[in-house]
Ligand binder design. Sequence first.
Ligand SMILES: O=c1nc[nH]c2cc3[nH]c(NCCN4CCCCC4)nc3cc12
Length: 372
Amino acid sequence: MAIKYELIKECKQTGARLGKIHTPHGTIETPIFMPVGTQATVKSMTPEELKEIESQIILSNTYHLYLRPGHDLVEKAGGLHKFMNWDRPILTDSGGFQVFSLGDLRKISEEGVEFRSHIDGSKHFISPEKAIEIQNSLGSDIIMAFDECAPYPADREYVKNSLERTTRWAKRCKKAHKNTDTQGLFGIIQGGIYKDMREQSAKEITELDFPGYAVGGLSVGEPKPLMYEVLEYTTPLMPKNKPRYLMGVGSPDCLIEGVIRGIDMFDCVLPTRIARNGTAMTSQGRVTIKQARFYDDFTPLDPECDCYTCRNYTKAYLRHLFKANEILSARLFSYHNLYFLLKLMKNIREAIKNDNLLDYRKEFFEKYGYEL
Ligand SMILES: O=c1nc[nH]c2cc3[nH]c(NCCN4CCCCC4)nc3cc12
């Protein structure tokens, strides 16, 4: 079997779990944050640097790699691991979300989605079968079913029709998936913010018996408390002995709150995206380096961080790099932000081990400046 989840421990105080996901490219300790490498690179980071910060798995995107350089080229290179020189696990998103949020959407039909490329406006069509064929060519360890992520807000009728199509597409993905022994296909649960719809989608998708499941349709603009509420009644509907993946999340508070509500896997572009804007996640909250107050501040970005950036550079120097639009700025902020989130997940795993995750949340929120 391509993907095997091992439940190690259930937290006594919350829905949090400690687990391991065994894949053909190595074992992942959960809960885990997955750095996003949309176009076969985690922007500005080398694979060696990703290993240095103990990144266990990275995410890449079917939609982007299909459009450029083309999945057939990646297959010719020997697959995505070889092409990008990353020999640890890779998860690829199926493209549904990217088509809806990036491409110039033409139309959704039962057959699939017709869209225009965000790169050159050329016309394309992706069906569930095509999304699986592309991911089979890429050779990622975990591939995602082709789904429709309903927008927020969306009315009940829209959400119901959309989740039922997602179920029909999930069946087609399962049928089309070739490499079941080397690539694990995860199903995606939709249903918007409606409890009965989430129940219906969870039932229909888990009945298809995938090796893992994602909660889709969240982190699409809904208020965080509403996302937490949806998780509260959705994760208990997902099998205990399979990984649970919350797509597109997220910020430090959402990671902690998601783990407490039973989520094992997360991905988000946030750490590398805000890095390119000179913003850092630190133990004292966010630091936006372009502020004048850092002009002659010769202290590290984060006094409590022992990453390469924080051990070797000062805020004053990082502010200079950012203002001078130096490439090194994006690199040093990306390195720190990814290190910060991966360290947060390591601390969360430790807190689950010691049954004090709620104390850890309280302490982290107070220092970071979040309200509980
Ligand atoms: O329902 C989904 N199905 C497949 N892939 C997804 C990816 C997603 N990514 C997000 N949210 C990403 C939010 N992110 C926050 C930082 C700035 C860029 C956008 N929701 C998602 C839902 C889905």
